[in-house]
Structure formats: structure tokens, C-alpha cells
Design a binder for this molecule. Structure first.
Ligand code: BGC
Length: 424
């Protein structure tokens, strides 16, 4: 049974707004919105490396579909939106929104909707023929009171371990081994550590938050993990305490320069043979591919120990902010985002799977085919680090607690207390 535990089922029976069948250059009557279609500022955090290559691929399709609209790249560097989201908030509050911005499906986008910062784009779903293009569970995560507020571009999986087989072999490990539980993995991590390499590469705070979510998922299981976000699992419990102890143990296997790095650096340590394992979302596969690394030979992958059969879910989507200066440009962008051609070109490079249901799995890499299969059959749980599970303020408070713990400014007990307070 597939399940998204992120939102309570929202009224699915919202009335579709009358379709507006004007072309891309037609002006919309949306309130507070400009009508110049000459350009579109697209705000993302896909600023460099494989993420920029994927964005470039989407822009290539956009330029073909909408040659009349100039693409303006508003990308702000920093993995997981670590810098972009703050800047975006400043711009939204100053009523200076970009024409469209990247937002995660689930609680993150719900924040922007609740703040009245987004326009309902349900009419575009009718205009572009998107009503049945996406999984219903995904659309629920973009919908409030029957109104849909964004168009999803991709689906990522956050509970993957990536490994360097040569480093594992040199440490006396079977590079094909997988590890049913964290306890099994610790034994392997010890061996790598003894070989003198970094056992587990990691980067700055948000990647540590993502590691924490993986440990919670592994130790608690999907039901209790979902309970952490809907109040059914107590953060103060001894099971959470044991998971936090495992998290602390995992940190002891990581590179000490972690806080100064972003995810591509941690992945690079693995590629360069300095580290054996890395826990990262499947945008990592895009970095391997960018550097012409071959799955099975140069790198291997498996779900985080203890999470086989679970898909830790996140999705990027694009919005139409209230007051967007070039609303028609934004609509043209949303059309490309939702199109089969745009999704295929982008996701092939991004490492994600298309949000559209009609994509041909054969067009995608070996890893992506496993993700498509897994998304179709696994239990789906919401990612913490990537906006699916909690509102932005909760994630910020959790990130502060994670940073304190990681830098030695708090002990395990304080860490647990702070996490419990963050989620309240
Ligand atoms: C986004 C991905 C991105 C990753 C690393 C996530 O929050 O959803 O698209 O690749 O951050 O920057």
C-alpha cells in the first residue's frame, strides 16, 4: 500500500476554474499581477554543477516552446535552498517576488499558501491538460481547499546510500554487500575507518538533518517516523533517544571538515576515493553522471540500512507568486515544467524521476528505473530536510538543534529536548 503521510486528505472535490484557453501570450486577469510576457525570472537553488545542467536542459525545452519569453536565471547557490529560502522570504515580504520560484511539495509550500503569497494555478492545469498528468497523492501536497498552487517538476528519493566500491574493497569489505540494519552497517563503517579513509562523508547542517531523518526512519520504521510529524510519536521517547544515539555514532564516522562543505563536496570525496559511503538524495546520481562515473563500477547504491521498501519522498515544484511582475512569462515556464518534454529533459540529468505519470522508464538511467519502481510500490514517507514533513519554521528549529549537536554545543539529552521543542 502506498501512502503519503504528509497532509491530511484535503478536499479533493474543488471545482475546476473555467479554463482560460488563451495562448501563452494572453494576459491573465489575476489580481496584483503584471502582464508582460517578455521575460521570466526563475528563482531556484540549482545554481551550479549537475543541478545547473538539469536546469539548463529545462531551459532548452523552454526556449523551444516559448521563444518569445526571455529566461532570467534567478538561482541562488546553496544546497537544499539553504541560502535561497531566506532570500526568497525577504523578497516575498518586501512584495518583490520573482516571477516563479522553486518550492517543495508538502508543508513547505503550505507555508507560502497560508501566507497568501501564491496564486491558485488550477486553471493552468485545465489549460495545459495537466489534471491527470501527476499522481493524485502528489497533487494533494500542492493543494489547499481544492486549489492547486504549483506545478511539480520532479520527485526525489532522500534515503539512499552511495558507496565507492574500490574504497570498500581496500578496506576488506564486499562492495556488493548491503546492510539490513544500522548495527550491521556500523561494523562496515568501523572497517573503513580502520583503513584510514573517511567512512561516511557528509557536509553542512542540512545534510546532517537529512542524515538524522534517515536514522529516525531506519530505527523507528515508517509508521513511527510519520508519527513524528503528526504528533503520534513522542520525541521524548526512549526509541527516539536510541535513534539519536545512533545518529551521534554515525557522525563519529564522518569527515571533520563537514560544516564548511555542501553536498557536492561530500559526494566528491566519495568519487575521489577519500570516503566510502555518503547518505544523500538521488541528486547525487546526477553528480556521478556529470563526471562520467558508471553505476556498479565506479559507485554503487542501496537504500539506507533499515529502510528497504520505504521511499523517503520530496518533490520540487514551481509557483506563481502573488504580484509576479511577469505572470505570463511565469505561466509559460509552468507550461514547460508540466510538459512531457520538459520533464524528460530535466529529470534525465537531475537524477530524479519525472513527476508526470506518463514518462517512459526506459528513457532513464539504471538508478532512476529503480527509483520509478520503488516509488510505485514502496511506502512513501515525507522528507524532513526537504520541506515535505514540516513547516519551514520547524525545519529551521530542528536545523539549529542539529547544528548545535554536531558542533559539540549540546549533548544527546539536550539535543532530544531541543528537537521535541522544535516540533511542538
Ligand atoms: C531539492 C533538490 C536539490 C537538493 C540539493 C533539494 O531540496 O529538492 O532539487 O537537488 O535540494 O540542492
Amino acid at each position: 500500500m502506498r501512502r503519503i503521510g504528509v497532509v491530511a486528505a484535503l478536499a479533493a472535490a474543488g471545482l475546476a476554474l473555467a479554463a482560460c484557453s488563451s495562448g501563452n501570450s494572453g494576459s491573465s486577469g489575476s489580481s496584483g499581477t503584471g502582464t508582460k510576457a517578455s521575460q521570466v525570472e526563475v528563482f531556484t537553488w540549482w545554481a551550479a554543477g549537475s543541478e545547473k545542467l538539469a536546469l539548463d536542459a529545462m531551459v532548452g525545452v523552454f526556449n523551444k516552446q516559448h521563444p518569445e519569453v526571455k529566461f532570467i536565471n534567478g538561482a541562488v547557490a546553496g544546497g537544499a535552498g539553504s541560502a535561497a529560502k531566506d532570500l526568497l522570504q525577504t523578497r516575498l515580504q518586501a512584495k518583490n517576488p520573482p516571477d516563479t520560484f522553486q518550492a517543495h511539495a508538502g508543508k513547505e509550500i503550505a507555508d507560502y499558501i497560508a501566507a497568501g503569497q501564491l496564486q491558485d494555478v488550477s486553471n493552468l492545469y485545465d489549460e495545459f491538460g495537466l489534471r491527470n498528468a501527476f499522481p493524485a497523492e502528489l497533487l494533494k501536497l500542492l493543494t489547499v481547499d481544492g486549489k492547486i498552487y504549483s506545478v511539480p517538476s520532479d520527485i526525489h528519493r532522500a534515503n539512499m546510500v552511495w558507496a565507492n566500491p574500490a574504497v570498500l574493497t581496500a578496506a576488506g569489505l564486499d562492495p556488493k554487500a548491503t546492510y539490513p540494519k544500522l548495527a550491521d552497517w556500523f561494523t562496515a563503517l568501523d572497517k573503513v575507518k580502520a583503513s584510514g579513509k573517511t567512512a561516511l562523508s557528509i557536509a553542512t547542517t542540512w545534510t546532517q538533518v537529512q542524515l538524522l531523518e534517515n536514522v529516525l526512519l531506519s530505527d523507528l520504521g515508517s509508521d513511527k517516523y510519520i508519527g513524528l510529524w503528526d504528533g503520534k510519536t513522542a520525541w521524548t521517547g526512549s526509541d527516539v533517544g536510541a535513534a539519536l544515539a545512533d545518529y551521534g555514532k554515525l557522525l563519529s564516522y564522518t569527515n571533520t571538515d563537514r560544516d564548511g562543505l555542501d553536498w557536492p563536496d561530500a559526494t566528491q570525496q566519495l568519487i575521489d576515493g577519500k570516503a566510502a559511503f555518503n547518505v544523500m538524495g538521488d541528486w547525487a546520481v546526477a553528480a556521478f553522471t556529470e563526471q562520467k562515473k558508471t553505476a556498479g563500477k565506479d559507485y554503487t547504491y542501496f537504500p539506507m540500512p533499515g529502510t528497504v521498501g520505504v521511499f523517503d519522498f520530496l518533490a520540487d515544484s514551481f509557483t506563481l507568486p502573488v504580484g509576479a511582475p511577469h505572470a505570463d512569462g511565469a505561466k509559460a515556464w509552468l507550461q514547460t515544467i508540466g510538459s512531457a518534454a520538459g520533464q524528460e529533459a530535466f529529470n534525465k540529468i537531475k537524477g530524479s524521476i519525472p513527476a508526470r505519470k506518463d514518462a517512459n522508464p526506459k528513457a532513464f538511467s539504471e538508478y532512476q528505473q529503480t527509483a520509478i519502481k520503488s516509488f510505485g510500490q514502496d511506502t512513501i514517507v515525507p522528507s524532513l530536510a526537504h520541506g515535505a514533513a514540516t513547516p519551514i519554521a520547524v525545519l529551521t528549529a530542528i536545523s539549529d538543534a542539529v547544528s548545535k549537536f554536531g558542533t559539540g554545543s549540546s549533548n544527546a539529552a539536550t539535543f532530544q529536548t531541543e528537537l521535541a521543542a522544535a516540533v511542538k
